[in-house]
Design a binder for this molecule. Structure first.
Ligand code: ZN
Length: 303
């Protein structure tokens, strides 16, 4: 298999058969070797020494689990259970003695590329599933409360006449590098960091194949028809809840018509332009941990 994208490629055994045992999560939390992977208000715990690394708390502080909103058994790795615990209900003051010298809470996106790939994937998984729990406390069918089950991988509606099981959801988004001979189309959204130019992207809609979503988004955002839509790779993107599905496509048109309000600028760039990217506030490529960057570098590597 090709090198996974950043935030993917975890070797954790997700142990899905054992999740349905209601006692298993409790047993894991009582096990001294268990690693508690805390999430606080969408932030992850990291330690800064010579390098930045993922930090966890010893399970001995299992009162943590009681104080937390939700615990999720992420899986087994290096012989230890890894349990995500959402501490968002705690104030910063209440959090300090629990976290102590173990690390500091940061937005994963600010440190992503500095982490080892395995650790990046673990923290992305913890953040993504904590976000899902936080947003699914009520049943979308009947409005009653839901309760976590299956070691945190399901939420069940408490209303006996409904009883629906809700599963963690990930929103599919297509992201695509559109090319035309030796040129690639990059654009900018007004909300992006200064100078950043990247590929086009958008959410998949109901009743639409991925290839159709690619063609529709390119037409909507820049008014260009495409052919040869080809899947390349995918990337979990829990910011907050997406999976990015990476494609390349070949443009049938040259003239760009940026969508007002959505695309601030879009243009054609040669391989030479991109290889010489000054990486400054006037022009920079997307971040190194993004699938957009990988799509661009993959294309640069083809010639
Ligand atoms: Zn319900």
């Amino acid at each position: 298999m090709e090198q996974p994208n950043f935030y993917a490629g975890s070797h954790l055994d997700r142990a899905h058969r054992r999740r349905s045992d209601p006692d298993w999560l409790k047993l894991c939390l009582a096990e001294p070797g268990t690693r508690i992977v805390p999430v606080w208000r969408n932030l992850n715990l990291v330690r800064r020494s010579e390098r930045v690394s993922a930090a966890w708390l010893p399970a001995a502080s299992s009162s943590l689990a009681l104080e937390s909103r939700e615990s999720v058994l992420l899986g087994i790795g290096e012989g230890a259970a890894h349990v995500a615990v959402d501490l968002s209900d705690l104030s910063e003051e209440a959090l300090a003695p629990i976290v102590g010298a173990h690390g500091e809470f940061v937005d994963l996106r600010t440190v992503g590329p500095l982490l080892g790939a395995e650790e990046g994937a673990l923290l992305a998984y913890a953040r993504g599933i904590a976000f899902w729990h936080a947003r699914h406390g009520f049943c979308g069918n009947c409005g009653s409360s839901t309760l976590s089950a299956e070691a945190g991988h399901v939420r069940r509606c408490v209303n006996a006449s409904c009883g629906i099981s809700h599963f963690p959801r990930t929103d599919p988004a297509v992201i695509m590098l559109v090319t035309r001979g030796d040129q690639a189309l990059l654009g900018r959204q007004p909300s992006w960091p200064p100078g950043m130019h990247s590929t086009l992207a958008g959410f998949v809609e109901p009743g639409e194949a991925l290839e159709e979503a690619v063609a529709r988004e390119v037409m909507e955002e820049v008014g260009i028809r495409v052919r040869d839509v080809r899947y390349r790779s995918s990337q979990p993107w829990p910011f907050p809840a997406s999976i990015m599905l990476g494609f390349t496509a070949v443009a049938l048109d040259v003239a760009i018509h940026p969508e007002p309000g959505e695309i601030e600028f879009a243009g054609w760039f040669s391989r030479e332009d991109l290889r010489r990217s000054p990486e400054n506030e006037a022009f920079k490529l997307p971040r190194r941990d993004s699938i957009a960057r990988r799509l661009i570098e993959g294309w640069l590597g083809e010639a």
